[in-house]
Write a protein of this length. Structure first.
Length: 209
């Protein structure tokens, strides 16, 4: 069940990345955020209630709420026309907790690939904090591309591979490949997405993801 939710996390991150890049109307994107946010609240609740008190299952499921509440917050905020500052500062909380979940995956759950994926999410939610909480609008394009790429790398592809039984057949190779991809691609995006002076002067307020 968690793999199904992960698949749609990939979908909503991709959609939100494209929305940040100005290709999707924010109000239309808000609806899908509500769909996925609801799913990401129902899923961990079900997993926890059916866990039989297994602490590792509860630990793994608890992190899903961070995504569910983010997407509900974003969806409602976009439809209501709310300021994005609240989403931004909540994203700082998520980014810090994501580091904790990364450590937990490495040290407690023994899931090294997802230990790296949680670091991806920590980086992404920290970007949301900078963009929406601190209003550093020059990060808009960079954050949009990182969001869209992470939608595939941390959500859609792992979710589908988990559903088909092909995820992390070699955990060491998967872990190294994920780490290398993130460093290379996200560093390479910095000069490619840097806005020009004219773009900065014309840029409007960022739209929450």
């Amino acid at each position: 069940m968690a793999a199904v939710g992960l698949l749609f996390v990939g979908a909503v991150l991709f959609l939100n990345g494209v929305m940040l890049l100005g290709r999707i109307n924010p109000q239309s994107g808000a609806v899908f955020n509500l769909f996925v946010g609801g799913l990401q609240v129902i899923t961990p609740t079900y997993l926890i209630f059916t866990s039989g008190g297994n602490p590792n299952t509860i630990l793994a499921a608890s992190g899903i709420y961070l995504f569910g509440f983010t997407y509900l917050y974003v969806g409602i905020g976009l439809l209501a026309g709310l300021d994005s500052t609240g989403v931004g500062w909540f994203s700082l909380f998520v980014a810090i907790m994501a580091i904790g979940y990364s450590v937990a995956n490495f040290r407690i759950l023994g899931d090294y690939p997802f230990g790296v994926i949680w670091l991806y999410w920590a980086f992404l939610w920290f970007l949301f904090f900078l963009l929406f909480g601190l209003k550093i609008e020059r990060l808009n394009n960079y954050t949009g591309w990182v969001t869209a790429i992470e939608g595939w790398v941390t959500g859609a592809i792992p979710g589908f591979l988990l559903l088909t039984g092909y995820w992390a057949l070699n955990p060491t190779v998967t872990t190294v490949a994920l780490a290398a991809f993130g460093v290379v691609v996200f560093v390479a995006l910095v000069p490619l997405t840097r806005p020009s002076i004219s773009q900065l002067s014309a840029q409007g307020p960022a739209t929450p993801t």
